[in-house]
Design a protein around this ligand. Sequence first.
Ligand SMILES: NC(=O)c1ccc[n+]([C@@H]2O[C@H](COP(=O)([O-])OP(=O)(O)OC[C@H]3O[C@@H](n4cnc5c(N)ncnc54)[C@H](OP(=O)(O)O)[C@@H]3O)[C@@H](O)[C@H]2O)c1
Length: 292
Amino acid sequence: MKVLLIGANGQLGTDIPAAWIDHDIVPATRADFDVRDRAAVHAAIGANKPDIILNTSAFHNVDVCEDEPEPAFAVNAIGALNLADACREHNATLVHLSTDYVFSGRAGRAYTETDAPDPANVYGATKAAGEQLIRQRLDRHYIVRGSGLFGVAGAAGKGGNFIETMLRLGREGKPITVVADQTLSPTSTADLALKLRELVATDQFGTYHVTGSGETSWHDFAAAIFEECGLSPQLSPTTTAAFGAKALRPEYSVLANDALATVGIAPMRHWRDALRDYLALKGHISPVATGR
Ligand SMILES: NC(=O)c1ccc[n+]([C@@H]2O[C@H](COP(=O)([O-])OP(=O)(O)OC[C@H]3O[C@@H](n4cnc5c(N)ncnc54)[C@H](OP(=O)(O)O)[C@@H]3O)[C@@H](O)[C@H]2O)c1
């Protein structure tokens, strides 16, 4: 299968080629075309004639989205619409990445794929709009919601990832305060890339939650990172209210990976096993055998 990979230099994008080894990957970066540019999207897809478009692009600095809703909407919603329309015109399948932030986190339980989105911030609203526009325009889609992604490349759109930020702060020796009242399922992009490949082999189009197994708060995630690396910085929990970030974030955005099970795909391994592999790959700890 020929796959046009959008966001090829991003955190998830860089992990796709190794996981999709049996596919012909055509990498596309923003320098090749911008997903907001409808004509450029149609031209690129017409010229490359991919079987699958894998869209990892996003405007996803959550706090910046609050101040800049227009570019956020343009990339996350209009970009998705442009890709869906081009897929329909060229008979291609769209694999589109979305987020746990389409949910407010107020349900107090894990969200399933049948729950209606109720985003609490601009970023989540633009991603929910992108999802909905895809569903309206294109049957041949996989909408895949991830959560707290971490990969060796670090998120281009966020200037790194949580693990590297924590390790930098930990090594600086200053006190670190992390929110303890937001719970998620951290997700390795290397593992996610493998699950995406399994998913597209099913031909069972629809919406899927694909996250690491288990759950943790950001504070406990930080504590696990330090424990694995043998660091003991001064780490304290705080609340979302006290931290005072611009955008509201979900309190409990764990995603039940129910749809994945219905198509016979095994759950992803526990986030902590994936964390160990990540730390080893980045040279923060000695290599470990955790299995995938
Ligand atoms: N990171 C997370 O914690 C997280 C959590 C849940 C879901 N997600 C979703 O997962 C997906 C992948 O995230 P990631 O962490 O891999 O993101 P990333 O590292 O920021 O990669 C996104 C890529 O998209 C490209 N891009 C941005 N705007 C574009 C545009 N207008 N046209 C074309 N390309 C554009 C970026 O290129 P430039 O560098 O040139 O801008 C970047 O290479 C996103 O859809 C995101 O919403 C992420």
